[in-house]
Design a protein around this ligand. Structure first.
Ligand code: SF4
Length: 357
């Protein structure tokens, strides 16, 4: 039973997530009562935390850069509250979490923020440890990833990457927290959405041109863009000069993939397609509401292969009901196909997903 009362504005859910990391479901019965008083005071944020009668107090100064940046101020306020809760719970429980007070953020995103603040690359790992209580091992890993990404991520401001969002799917996966609707329920909205997306794409391309920029890559995601008809896909892509540009289309649901749609993608110059099995176990697919089978995936993969696309496959580790051996089976099935990319996600239970709770 979790009992957390906080007056930090709009932060209860994130603080609760952090609290649950110290006391996961099998230890919920021993989770202590927490009262968190949070106040904006002159020059910073004051946190007073009571855990089962034990008292903690932390003051964190406001970063000067937040003075005229309301969004940054909000972000830092949230981090201050989480850090205070993390430190009090770590002291109370005697536990340390590998990622310290970080939840709900890609650690490398934070690392890039620190670098843009002027932190030297060689001081990155230490800064993550000192500011957010990240363990030395995870901080070093983050710094290593940032080093490995050097040369791939560029600050070239003439390069533009375009993302097009198609928020429709055939069914709703139970782990999905994305803003998406099933194509059946949204049928009346789809033609209008396609037309607006087409116009907005044209406007974005003209803006890039006016700024003297050039299109570097295009990603069409969602949702499942291939939930659209072949004609609608053609309309969406028709505005974009794709020659010589990397263009990826999420065709995540094998049950949406047809010869006709792949022919449109190929004719329009799409270079990369994602066909996502997520698992190679039919029982799990049914349980997760995916609405397709492993056989459907193989059929769609072979079809996409014949068109010569570079292919990406997504798998999810930790799907409900699966063991490590089940996941290894999926991994070896995926690897046996030798796709150009294999992406492995770990299941994350998000508010807004059917699985949450
Ligand atoms: S295919 Fe992706 S966007 Fe669509 S319901 Fe599943 S997880 Fe959500």
């Amino acid at each position: 039973m979790y009992r957390l009362v906080t007056d930090a504005p709009g932060q209860e859910a994130e603080l609760l997530d952090l609290y649950k990391q110290f006391y996961p479901a099998d230890k919920a019965a021993s989770a202590p009562d927490i009262r968190h008083r949070f106040a904006r005071v002159c020059g910073g944020w004051q946190n007073e935390i009571g855990i089962d009668g034990r008292k903690y107090a932390y003051f964190y100064a406001v970063d000067a850069r937040a003075a005229d940046d309301a969004l940054l101020a909000k972000r830092l306020e949230k981090r201050a509250a989480k850090l205070a809760l993390y430190r009090s719970l770590a002291d109370f429980s005697g536990l340390a979490l590998p990622w310290g007070s970080l939840t709900g953020i890609r650690p490398t995103k934070l690392a890039y923020e620190l670098l843009s603040e002027g932190i030297r690359p060689e001081a990155l790992a230490d800064t993550l440890c000192e500011r957010y209580d990240v363990s030395p091992e995870k901080a070093a890993l983050t710094a290593r990833i940032v080093r490995a990404q050097a040369g791939y991520l560029t600050q070239d401001e003439t390069r533009y990457n375009l993302y097009l969002h198609v928020p429709f799917c055939t069914t709703k996966c139970r782990y999905c927290s994305f803003i998406s609707e099933t194509a059946d329920r949204a049928a009346a909205l789809i033609p209008g959405y396609v037309e607006l997306l087409r116009r907005e794409t044209a406007a974005a391309l003209s803006l890039i041109e006016k700024k003297g920029g050039r299109l570097f890559s295009v990603y069409v995601g969602g949702g499942t863009p291939t939930a659209l008809s072949a004609g609608q896909l053609d309309a969406v892509l028709g505005e974009i000069p794709l020659s010589g540009i990397e263009c990826t289309v999420e065709a995540g649901r094998p049950d949406t993939i047809t010869q006709e749609k792949l022919a449109v993608l190929s004719a329009r110059g799409v270079s990369r397609v994602c066909v996502n099995p997520q698992t190679f176990h039919d029982d799990t697919l049914i349980g997760m509401g995916r609405g397709h089978t492993v056989a459907d995936f193989y059929r769609a993969y072979e079809l996409a292969r014949r068109f010569g696309f570079s292919l990406n496959l997504d798998l999810i580790a930790g799907l409900r009901g699966e063991t490590a051996a089940d996941f290894l089976h999926s991994l070896s099935c995926a690897a046996a196909l030798a796709p150009e990319n294999l992406t492995i996600h770990t299941l994350s239970r998000k508010r807004g997903a059917g699985l949450y709770g």
